[in-house]
Design a protein around this ligand. Structure first.
Ligand code: C2E
Ligand code: MG
Ligand code: MG
Ligand code: MG
Length: 282
């Protein structure tokens, strides 16, 4: 009896594994057509400047509107895109769409808005990224200084030599660079010296319990101090409470991003936020 149940258990386990990989294969097949079928779209999360309390930038975050499954979050398809190389096409689309939208904010009068775009390790490893960025800027008319590329700490370390070259070339074009999820990778702090990095994004896992966890607070303080001593600025990710903001301000963190100030939102919604922050107070 027990044995048979065990056997069934195994078969069941097997079947769920198959279901998981079958789902993956199906997602991958669908992802191949997502761009041409216009199923991807971007949301934008505001980034505020601590000193002025104003939205100065937005992070572009890709979403997939799957015809059957509905909204598929990036955590479920970016890895697939990376492993299959589809990220190159998707990444180009994201870059272009983000630049086009930022240029539209400029046209609407918000000429100082910036946009940041996540770029995966796989994209950074390809020389064509330079081409893509150059084409995008030319096509959209966006000023290079308004575009920031986000690279995660772990992808920085993957092929340090070629990554350093790529970052320098991008910097020479006037594009800015930030390190995403800082503190979560195998940090070799020396890369801050070697790589032309403008901004450090403090990972939200350190921000979450900042006010209650002494160690998280110590890490955040250390990251900000390090950034400042190297003349880099910091963005705190995942800011959700006023208490976090108070503490981060005391440590002189320059920029905030998180649900407290707004979830990722549609282009038009962010435009409304920009309009309302400039509206005369009644
Ligand atoms: P990320 O670049 O670190 O983006 C920040 C993530 O944190 C976003 O999740 C955002 O919605 C979430 N977040 C923002 N504020 C808060 C907060 O206050 N609390 C909490 N709990 N979460 C917050 P999202 O949009 O699901 O994106 C997940 C990841 O997917 C991104 O992490 C990024 O690594 C990747 N991703 C998104 N779009 C792209 C893209 O166009 N290209 C590439 N290569 N990766 C992307
Ligand atoms: Mg990011
Ligand atoms: Mg992040
Ligand atoms: Mg992340």
């Amino acid at each position: 009896q027990v044995k048979r149940r065990g056997g069934n258990g195994f078969r069941f386990y097997d079947r769920t594994m198959n279901a998981a990989s079958a789902e993956r294969v199906a997602l991958e097949a669908d992802l191949r057509h997502a761009v041409e079928r216009d199923e991807l779209f971007l949301e934008f999360q505001p980034v505020l400047e601590a000193a002025s309390g104003r939205i100065v930038s937005a992070e572009a975050l890709v979403r997939w509107n799957h015809p059957r499954l509905g909204r598929v979050p990036p955590d479920r398809f970016i890895a697939i895109a990376d492993e299959t190389g589809l990220i190159v096409e998707i990444g180009d689309w994201v870059l272009n769409e983000a630049a086009r939208r930022c240029h539209a904010w400029h046209e609407a009068g918000f000429t100082d808005m910036n946009v940041s775009v996540n770029v995966s390790a796989m994209q950074f490893g390809q020389p064509r990224l330079l081409e893509s960025v150059r084409d995008t800027l030319a096509r959209t008319g966006l000023r290079p200084g308004c575009l920031m590329l986000e690279i995660t700490e772990s992808s920085l370390m993957q092929d340090a030599e070629s990554t350093a070259g790529m970052l320098r070339a991008l910097r020479n074009m006037g594009v800015r660079i930030s390190v995403d999820d800082f503190g979560t990778g195998y940090s070799s702090l020396s890369y801050l010296k070697r790589f032309p990095i403008d901004v450090i994004k403090i990972d939200k896992s350190f921000v979450r319990d900042l006010c209650t966890d002494e160690e998280d607070a110590a890490i955040v303080r250390a990251i900000i101090a390090l950034a400042h001593s190297m003349r880099r600025s910091t963005i705190a990710e995942g800011v959700e409470t006023e208490a976090q903001i108070e503490l981060l301000k005391r440590e002189r963190c320059e920029y905030f991003q998180g649900y407290y100030y707004g979830r990722p939102m549609a282009f038009a919604q962010l435009l409304e936020r920009l309009e309302s922050q400039d509206a005369p107070v009644a």
